[in-house]
Ligand binder design. Structure first.
Ligand code: EPU
Length: 300
């Protein structure tokens, strides 16, 4: 066994899984195989990053895997954070919330629903960990997560933590501008814009809208493409071009929402790559321009 693997196995708080089936690690359930590190503390992450970088082993972090297309044979070592989080933090309304990157947005949304936290409705229904959502500035039609972030803690490749005080320049549509290659978001401080008794209804209404318009019960990766602009939404243009239900391998364009793809069982990254190509060729033909991917896909 190579020495970087032995070094990682010796780190307290790291569970190493070499050459395992990764299919269940993404909501899309793309057929995938590779290596995974489950890391349960910042100290363990710091040591792991030092080892991975020292041996130049490629790696990346996986949140809930809701917005990633895993390759059939993953070349990166995947890192899953599982930092401790005291749920009692959410028993009362606070001014600021210091949170680990691995906490689920569903947990934060439940808190917003219970207490009516203004601003936090932007998190509704996004299937992600906080770290994953921050990395891509996740959002809904209510807004983006950037609107409720005060600061983000980023671990550098050396294991050193950098605190980013968030300004308007830190994020744009589905992008952050402060995490450099090999760095990992480990936590953040969120704030809210006061208490508003209308927020719980707003959240419930939004969840119902999503249930009606998106194929939530299927194996999918959320929206596949970024909207080109507010009037050039990928879902609408793919739909009016007649591409709903188009199938490549075990992957089809959702009949419910055309910016979603559904894994019918056993699909892999190659099916995804082909379906994206077919759709974008049609988009260029009909509308003069294709769409950029919103989902992160590293093809084999
Ligand atoms: N539309 C169609 N046919 C379809 C799908 C949509 O005509 O098959 C039309 C809709 O009627 C609407 C327009 O296209 O007029 C836009 O659709 P929708 O309201 O569903 O919003 P969206 O722009 O497709 C965005 C986010 C979603 C988020 C929803 C609701 C992006 C790329 N997508 O979708 O986020 O859930 O708003 O807030 O910004 C995600 O990020 O993974 C995601 C799904």
């Amino acid at each position: 066994m190579s020495s970087w693997r032995q070094n990682l196995e010796a780190v307290d708080g790291v569970l190493c899984k070499w050459n395992v089936d990764l299919t269940n690690l993404s909501t899309f359930r793309m057929s995938s195989h590779g290596s995974l590190l489950e890391i349960s503390s910042e100290a363990a992450l710091a040591k792991s990053l030092q080892i991975l970088n020292q041996y130049q082993v490629p790696y990346r972090v996986l949140g809930w895997g809701a917005n990633q297309v895993l390759a059939h044979e993953e070349k990166d070592v995947l890192i899953k954070l599982n930092f401790p989080f005291d749920q009692q933090t959410l028993n009362v309304v606070r001014e600021d919330y210091e949170l680990p990157a691995s906490v689920g947005l569903n947990v934060l949304s439940a808190h917003a629903l219970k207490f009516g936290l203004k601003g936090w409705e932007v998190l509704t229904g996004i299937p992600a960990s906080l770290g994953g959502a921050l990395f891509m500035n996740a959002g809904t039609s209510h807004g983006e997560i950037r609107q409720i972030v005060k600061s983000v803690r980023v671990m550098e490749k050396t294991g050193h933590i950098r605190n980013e005080q968030i300004t308007a320049d830190h994020f744009s549509y589905r992008k952050n501008h402060f995490v450099r290659g090999g760095e990992v978001i480990v936590g953040a401080v969120l704030f809210h814009h006061g208490i508003d008794a209308l927020i719980p209804d707003k959240i419930r209404h939004y969840l119902e809208l999503r249930r009606q318009s998106q194929p939530l019960a299927t194996k999918n990766c959320g929206c596949v493409f970024k909207n080109a602009s507010p009037t050039r939404q990928a879902g609408r243009l793919i739909d009016v071009t007649g591409l709903k239900e188009l199938i490549v391998g075990a992957l089809r364009v959702s009949p419910k929402h055309a910016n979603f793809m559904e894994n019918l069982g056993g699909a892999d990254a190659e099916n995804f790559q082909q379906l994206v190509k077919v759709i974008n060729r049609q988009m260029e033909l009909h509308w003069g321009v294709g769409f950029e991917l919103e989902v992160k896909a590293l093809y084999p």
